[in-house]
Design a protein around this ligand. Structure first.
Ligand SMILES: C[S@@+](CC[C@H](N)C(=O)[O-])C[C@H]1O[C@@H](n2cnc3c(N)ncnc32)[C@H](O)[C@@H]1O
Length: 255
């Protein structure tokens, strides 16, 4: 290895963005995967990556990131954000559908695929997950974030909407009916089964925002560091995990 290679590897070492209660657990999992890859430059695909909240920090860490998103406005914001961060050359913005990745991304070309807060809004999640798996190299990893059904039901109940809470808790798809903004929500078993059915091996499941949405803003804002620590401490532990607003699954395409 040349000195330049070593300098490049050091640059690529990931420190990540400031941790918040909404992102700390996910970045912890992603950081472990990046460290496992020992500073190598990864090919990353962020499906429904929006304005680049994950894509831009990953590009800043030296990785090449393609964001496929259906929204031209989100992609325009992503492109601006990447340019402002000085990583415009490492972020590719592609307009397209998550279930039509085959025409947009070379099969088996991706080391890490992200699909955060997307499976609950697409028409049908199964083909999207299949497309993620097809894009991954054997041994590549998937970071999938979905909305939690239990937290949504509790939230409706705590706001006094007991009928909506009852409907949401009883609905096999985890929605509160036709006016719900999401098409589905998950519990850990159903989310894991969705990924397993597409051929992924689920390695870890964490709850994201176990507490963040339950606390008064003054507490959440005033004790952010303590809240981040508590979110991290509870994230992997049922029953706390299963009451989180979101479930994060980390899975791998078998080598
Ligand atoms: C809730 S946002 C999540 C953005 C980002 N992943 C995050 O976690 O901050 C959902 C994103 O998915 C995109 N999206 C929705 N349906 C999609 C589809 N079928 N294919 C690709 N992107 C889609 C939307 O345009 C939006 O940017």
């Amino acid at each position: 290895m040349t000195r330049l290679d070593r300098v490049e590897q050091t640059r690529a070492r990931f420190t990540g963005p400031p941790l918040t209660p909404r992102t700390a657990v996910i970045w912890s999992v992603l950081r472990a995967e990046l460290e496992r890859r020992a500073g190598g430059r990864l090919t990353v695909l962020d499906v429904g990556g929006g304005t680049g909240g994950f894509a831009v920090p990953l590009a800043q860490a030296g990785h090449r990131v393609t964001v496929v998103d259906a929204s031209p406005d989100a992609l325009a914001a992503l492109t601006r954000r990447a340019a402002e961060a000085g990583v415009g050359d490492r972020v590719r913005a592609v307009q397209g559908d998550g279930d039509a990745l085959a025409g947009l991304v070379e099969p088996a070309s991706v080391d890490l695929v992200l699909c955060h807060s997307v499976l609950e809004v697409v028409d049908d999640p199964a083909p999207v997950v299949t497309a993620l798996v097809t894009a991954l190299r054997p041994g590549g990893a998937a970071s999938v974030l979905v909305a939690g059904q239990a937290a949504a039901a509790l939230g409706r109940a705590m706001n006094g909407h007991l009928d909506v809470a009852a409907a949401l808790a009883a609905d096999p798809a985890g929605t509160a009916g036709p006016r719900d903004t999401l098409r589905r929500r998950y519990d850990a078993d159903r989310a894991a089964a969705l990924l397993a059915a597409a051929g992924l091996t689920v390695e870890e499941i964490h709850g994201v925002r176990v507490l963040a949405d339950l606390l008064p803003a003054a507490v959440a804002d005033g004790q952010q560091a303590a809240l981040v620590e508590l979110e991290r401490a509870l994230a992997a532990r049922p029953p706390y995990r299963d009451l989180a607003a979101q479930l994060h699954l980390f899975a791998r395409r078998p080598a």
